[in-house]
Design a protein around this ligand. Structure first.
Ligand code: ZN
Length: 225
């Protein structure tokens, strides 16, 4: 049994700022040929800052299914509610999403958090549905230990291809809309911190001590953002 070892993402992996197809194939092989789950790439790695390559059939159907399975297991083990392929070192426009955690009724109501069944998205694009914004703390498996408030459209229309290659458009609202935007942003090389109120940044310990409330009014007043 060996854990995946990612290829070195250096100048050879970049083609005018984009990942090369060669690098993509090396990264795919590193993850698909390993027995263990891949490590989650941490902020500072350039693969998280490059626009991922669109999926244009670089994987066979069985390999795509296996990659989605690996990503799902990695997301659940973390645990998290979404995982984008660059987070396991693969610069491909693919993400998995699932939110079936038990949360308190108060928390669920304040965040408009409804269960989201597992699904995979390829080549996603979202557009806001309406002008309403929602502001909540969020975190990222690639920036562990920290959370910050991000204002995001409260509803979005997401266009994507499913794992069978069918083009789909689906509207998401509430917490689901936040997950969809967070994961789609990863595929464009954007981290949530790029959009966050940086003054709201809180370690998990500080968040739990002071701001663990679905309503961010207290944090806004206490941290001056
Ligand atoms: Zn993330």
């Amino acid at each position: 049994m060996h854990d995946p070892e990612l290829p070195v993402f250096d100048d050879a992996g970049l083609n005018q700022g984009s990942p090369s197809q060669t690098y993509l194939q090396q990264a795919l092989a590193a993850v698909l040929d390993a027995d263990g789950l891949p490590p989650i790439v941490q902020a500072g790695h350039p693969v998280l800052r490059a626009r991922a390559l669109p999926f244009t059939g670089q994987l066979t159907d069985p390999d795509l299914a296996r990659l989605i399975e690996i990503m799902t297991e990695t997301m659940r083990a973390a645990p998290g509610v979404g995982l984008a392929a660059p987070q396991i070192g693969i610069p491909l426009q693919l993400a998995v999403l699932e939110d079936v955690y038990d949360v308190s009724a108060e928390n669920a109501a304040a965040r408009h958090r409804e269960p989201l069944e597992l699904f995979a998205i390829l080549n996603p694009r979202y557009t806001p549905a309406g002008n309403a914004l929602a502001s909540h703390y969020e975190g990222c498996l690639s920036v562990p230990g920290w959370q910050a408030v991000v204002d995001r459209p409260a509803a979005v229309d997401l266009s994507y291809d499913d794992e069978l290659g069918t083009a789909r458009t689906r509207r998401f609202t509430g917490w689901q809309a936040r997950i969809v935007q967070h994961e789609s942003d990863h595929l464009a090389g954007t981290l949530y911190l790029d959009k966050a109120h940086t003054r709201s940044l809180a370690s998990n310990a500080q968040y739990n001590e002071h701001w663990a409330n679905p309503d961010i009014a207290a944090a806004r007043a206490g941290l001056n953002f």
